[in-house]
Design a protein around this ligand. Sequence first.
Ligand code: FAD
Length: 452
Amino acid sequence: MGERAHDVVVIGAGAPGEVIAGRLGEAGLDVAVVEERLVGGECSFYACMPSKALLRPGELLAEAHRVPGVPAGDGLDVDAVLARRDDVIHGLDDSSMVPWLEERGVTLVRGHGRLDGERRVRVGEDVLVAERAVVVATGSAATIPPVPGLVDARPWTNIEATTAKRAPGRLFVLGGGVVGVEMAQAWSSLGSRVTLAHRVDRLIEREEPFASEQVADALRSGGVDVRLETSVTSVARNGAVRIELDVGETVEADEILVAIGRTPRTADVGLESVGLEPGKHVEVDGSLRVPGRDWLYAVGDVNGRALLTHMGKYQARLAADAILGKDVRLRSDGARSPRVIFTDPQVGAVGLTLAAAQEAGIAARAVDVETSGNAGGSFVGRGAPGTARLVVDEERRIVVGATITGAEVAEALHAATIAVVGEVTLDELWHAVPAFPTRSELWLRLLESYGL
Ligand SMILES: Cc1cc2nc3c(=O)[nH]c(=O)nc-3n(C[C@H](O)[C@H](O)[C@H](O)COP(=O)(O)OP(=O)(O)OC[C@H]3O[C@@H](n4cnc5c(N)ncnc54)[C@H](O)[C@@H]3O)c2cc1C
């Protein structure tokens, strides 16, 4: 057993943990990062990257069918798609991620890290003493609800859903949030017969209602059996999985994927040793610091503020600057986080929905146009469903929310993010001229619809 001193100790090397360690290492600090599984975390191996690798071929095939003259076949080469997915996740080997840390002088410590009192992190027999700060970046894991029989039925979580070696014949997806709808469409495009059950009356219910409808329509037309206002009451596996629904029906599947939300990975991180409650999010203030403990920070999913890689990385950049003594403040957070659902049609959104703006007491008005209703739409996403909406604060004449649905709209979202975060006025936006013939002319149509 030994004690080693560092300036900063980071627990967890997911993307936010890597970013904060790398940024502080570049600034000349002595940083150690503790990782018990894979450097790169869920996003690189079991979430963002493999899920997009599974979705992209189906999306491309759908787009090929929309463009006359492209010889698009009927189905995908499933083995090739899965092989490409394996390349994207480096065969679950993180050795290509390690040099990035080494180049920044960061010490990687393999093992399970636990807080052991103020500024101390225990890894097995060793204690890392952090002279300046400890950063908790331990992420989150899939929430498994207490449904009778579910755990014994060995359900899939995002881990199996993104790394499976073959498409199950029948897949039951529990949950119609982002992970549920993306994985339902991905595996359906790869040949699985998919049933998706969602507890409330629309999918991805935090987004605009038209986004929910278009995604549900797309899933259904791709063959997914979408059940709304449906819960699972019990599950049993006897070879196949039998799933009892509260509507009095039983569905049989080969696998059941649980995608109802995320639980912070804090049950065994030693939070109790510094007076915090295990199993809960680590709550932070606007500089990512834990109130009352000026040496303790939390970034990424573990603080529960925005469960997205880019937001965790943003928090990591700010927290690094705070540790370096700068005055920082989270300006983008919660609903201000840009978010993309990579189904076909895609959903890109930033800021408030119309309903959320109204609930927040904003004098809000929405304007809508068809995403592909311009010349650029003749070439991309032709005939695909899609709506672009701006939510305008009528008093301040600024955009407080934007949602764009349609084929391949993810890259269009950043313009909306700049408008929302920068609080650009409509009168300024009027002079930001979109190129012809790009689908970005939807901005012009939106401003015209508003009355400019
Ligand atoms: C299927 C799916 C698809 C997604 N797609 C997207 C997407 O397209 N875009 C997007 O922005 N977000 C996406 N997300 C969300 C994204 O994956 C998370 O927001 C992101 O991974 C959070 O990073 P993190 O570092 O906070 O947590 P994690 O990625 O979970 O990393 C935490 C790391 O800490 C390690 N760790 C935990 N406890 C300890 C300990 N005690 N000691 C040592 N190490 C420890 C873990 O092993 C892990 O490597 C998706 C999520 C899922 C489930």
